[in-house]
Each structure stands twice: as C-alpha cells, then as structure tokens.
Design a protein. Sequence first.
Length: 568
Amino acid sequence: MDVPKHDVLIVGGGGAGLRAAIAAVEADEHITVGVVSKVYPMRSHTVSAEGGTAAAVREDNTDSHAYDTIKGSDFLADQDAVEIFVKESIDEVIQLEHWGCPWSRDPDGLMSVRTFGGMSVDRTLFCSDKTGFHMLHTLYQTALKYDRIAWYDEWFVTSLLKDDGKICGVTALNVRSGAIDAIPAKAVILCTGGAGKLFAFTTNASIKTGDGMALTYRAGGPLKDMEFVQYHPTGLPGTGILITEASRSEGGHMINREGDRYLSAYTPERMELGPRDMLSRAFIQEMRANRVFEGPYGEYVHLDIRHLGEELIMERLPFVRELATEYVGIDPVYEPIPVRPVVHYMMGGIHTDANAKTPVDGLYAAGEAACVSMNGANRLGSNSLSEIIVFGARSGKAAVEYASEQEFPEANTLSQMAQAEKKRIEEQFLKPRNGNERVATIRRDLQLAMEQGAGIYRTEEEMKTACEAIRKLLKRYEQVEVDDKSSVFNTDLIAALELGYMLDVAEALAHSALLREESRGSHAREDFTTRDDERFLQHSLAYQTPEGPRIEYLPVSITRWQPEERKY
Ligand SMILES: Cc1cc2nc3c(=O)[nH]c(=O)nc-3n(C[C@H](O)[C@H](O)[C@H](O)COP(=O)(O)OP(=O)(O)OC[C@H]3O[C@@H](n4cnc5c(N)ncnc54)[C@H](O)[C@@H]3O)c2cc1C
C-alpha cells in the first residue's frame, strides 16, 4: 500500500490525540495531519472516564485550582506548567461546549460542578457520569469535519523513525492486512495514554500498555517520574472496574467492617474527599488493623451511597448503579458497594516541557503518556481530562510550528527503515523458532513482580526483587513464541509487541522507585517514611541503556508556592 506523508503525525486517537489533531489543522491551513490509532478512536480509554473534568469556572479562581493541584502533587508538580494548565483549562472546556459537549447543567442553566478529592471548591464539570464518553465524542465529531486529517484506524505503531537525529515518522503494522509500512512525517506527537496494564488489578483498558513511553525510551528520550503510580481507592473487587470518585463527591461514605467512617482518622478535614494516595493508604492501614471485609476476591470496604436516594443516583450516578448491579450483583440504592484500591493512572511518562516538546528533535507528547509535569507525585481526580485537552492543543500547535521549518525525509531512506523493521518483526516473532516462552506467562509474571515491588507501600528489598525479576523477564522475552503466524488481525503478534513495551516501561518504573529514598505522594516507602525535599524535590529521568535504566534528576520548577506539609 502506498502511504501518504504528513506534516504532523499523531499517534493516539484518545482525547489528547484528537485535540492535538484539531489544533494542528487549525494552526495552519495548508498542513496535513495523520492520526494513527491501534483501536478505533472512540474505543480509546478516554471514553471510559466517568466523573468529570476540572476547570476554575463558576465561584472559583485559577490560583486556588493551582494551589490545590500543587499541594495534591506533594509539591513535585512544575508550577509554571500548572499555571498554564489552570488558565487554559477554562478556555478549553468552553471550547468543548461550543463544539457541542453536553455538560450537565444546574436549573439556572450554568454548567454544574462537583467537588473532587483534594479540591477545595466545586470545580469539576461533568456530563452525568459519562464525561469521557461525551468529551471524546465531541472531539471526534469535530475532528471528522477536517478533510486534512487522515485516519489510520487499527494501525499499530512499532517504532519511531529517526534520520540525522530527528524524528521523521513511524513504522506501523496495518492490523487488518498485516503489512508493515513507514508513515513519514516532519513531526510526531505521541498521545498513547498510560500503562496501567503493567499491573494485573487495574481500572485501565487492556490497550494501556505504555507503548508511546517505551517508543520514546527506545529513541533515547527520558521517562520522567515513573515511580509515581496512582491507586484509585474505589475499584470493584475481582474486575478492578472503577466506581467513580463522583460517588463520594455526591456524598457517598466509606465504611469499614466496624461500621465506622474510618477516614476520620486519616483525612479528618476532607473525609471521603481526601486525595487518592492518602485514601488508598488508609485502606491498607485498615486492612493491617483487621477492620476490612473478606470476600472471594480479597479484602474490601464499603462505599455507601444509599442515603443519596434513588432519584439523585439515577440523575447523577446512573452508570455507578449499572456497574455495581452488573458486576457485583448489588443495587447501590439498597446495599453498599464493595470496593478496594486499584491501579488507575501513571503520573509519570514521557519527559516534555510545557509545549509538549521532548528532548528528541521532532518528537512531542501529550496526555497520560506525557509528564509535563503538572501531576507531580499524585494527580487530583478530574485534572487528567483537562490536562489532555490543554496539552493536547499545545502539542498540536508546537508540532506545526516545528514542522513548518522541516523537510520531508528521503523516500529511499524511509523505505529502507521500513524494510529493516519488517525484518526485525518477522525474525523475532513470525518465523518458527521453537521458543519456549509464551506472552501470557511473561505478562503474568511481570504483573506479579510489579504488584509485589511497586504497590501502595514499598520497601527497598521488594523493589530490588522487582528490578531483578524484570531483567530476567526481558531475557525470557527473547525466547517468546508467537503461535499465530498469519497476517490478518494477528492479535497474538500485537500482544507480543505490547509486552515488549510493557517490560521496558516497567524496568524504568521499578528503578526510578528504588532510587527515590523518600515518601512523597503515591510513592510511600516503609523504609523512608518522610518527604525529603533536600534530596528529592526533583523529577527523576530514566534513560535506557543496555545495562538497564540510568536515572538522572531534574529540579522542580517553583514559582509562587513553597513546599509545606501536606495535610487534609
Ligand atoms: C475508568 C477510568 C475513568 C477515568 N475517569 C476520569 C475522570 O473522570 N476524570 C479525569 O480527569 N480522568 C479520568 N481518568 C483518566 C483519564 O481518562 C485518562 O488519563 C485520559 O483519558 C487519557 O487520555 P489520552 O488521550 O492521553 O489517552 P487514551 O484515551 O488512553 O488514548 C490512547 C490512544 O493511543 C493509541 N495507541 C496507544 N498505543 C498505540 C500504538 N502502539 N499504535 C497506535 N496507537 C496507539 C490508542 O489506540 C488510543 O487511541 C479515568 C481513567 C479511567 C481508566
């Protein structure tokens, strides 16, 4: 197949990718944009976001949003990036409104807002409890209006192409035909989402395997703050399906086995609306004190929304009712919902500046795949949906500006690179090789190592064990056998390629965690229990080397808010 070339190529059709695509075509009326996505754009993980998106509309101000975000981040967020974020998130949600996003409204017609964990005022806009679905729809229908955006739906990116030190496109597997082609571009934006699938128990869709993070890492770019993994305190036992924070924001209570609203001992001022890292740790403390319930899928506590009444539940939380009824057989109008902490979000990701630029020339990143950083050591709920539109838009504009000064790479060079990639994949995965390893087995062992070594509480010994286990898994991965050798919709091959990405990202994560000898935000160590600003008011940067990750550090940017003790 003859593949066209694009000034800007975006990998990812979620909220960040689609917002980047619209911003890029709007920035310059001549350029063309390609959007590559391994699933149909509307199946991206953004679609499953429930609770809402934060912006300082209504009785609020940007300083308060900034302070809450920075305090929530345990002072690791870059404050210049946060200041951009709080200002531009207002413009972005209004822009979405103009494109048709059906924000829920109060009787007076103003956009409704609810409080999320760690936010001091009501600033989370929502569309009932299907916010991500409506935002993604709005972005998709807007993007479809531009015939200068070309769609590569169900194409899987396998590598970044570099010529003379600059990114000049990607290679991608056309999932439908099995062909591997180069897609040339002057600039590439990675909007590939997070990597929750490094863990077995997660709210994340199975496509969230850290592909863009690994692609950058392999291309020489650093991964920033990878040690910070967000556990969400309310997932359904067994499946890990998320029960949105909106259920607590609307007034739900967390209750232990003794019938107590136990958060009074942990986040007395905010109770159920404390930040996610603290609420997840509170669960573990309750578990250690033997005050949780035991069920067929492990320990849990109760999330009780019965007192909200059926009418409010049906208006504001209908999806919560549906999920609880379908997946645990409990109607929350009449019974409390069993919940436990579950891996939800990666604060870390591809190191970028506030214009989404990475240190690799021609490479940009936005959304959950990127680390700007505005989430620091702990993201506040509802800041991610705003982040993807703010920095998605910024990445689109910045990439167009860069692309306008570049030439397309030589066709010959690109076709040679595509041939080399095709050969690599064929030799490694598609030729009969009697490999004695299976994708599912290595993935299971990886998830086990991550759960044991990079959980809610961490120790040096456990993290070292995880680092060693991942090294061994990388070796075993060389022997992996893909049973399906066919070309059409070869999901076995895709799973093998994704596993390669996951192993690289996991190694960067485990090493970054091991070296951070302090407790900050979601990174809670049993052997270094306090925050150490003297040594670690810094971002970690993980670089790939043949011997394993090399970790460097970068100072945090502080503008107006000095670090202080974090209490709720
Ligand atoms: C269940 C759930 C509920 C959530 N609720 C909220 C909420 O209420 N509020 C909030 O602020 N945040 C919420 N979040 C977090 C938020 O939804 C995500 O962080 C955000 O939507 C990520 O958007 P994204 O565009 O960066 O990535 P995604 O939406 O994950 O999109 C990634 C895209 O990259 C593509 N891709 C990946 N790898 C490849 C590859 N190798 N080749 C080609 N394409 C590739 C995928 O096809 C996809 O299109 C929630 C998350 C979950 C899991």
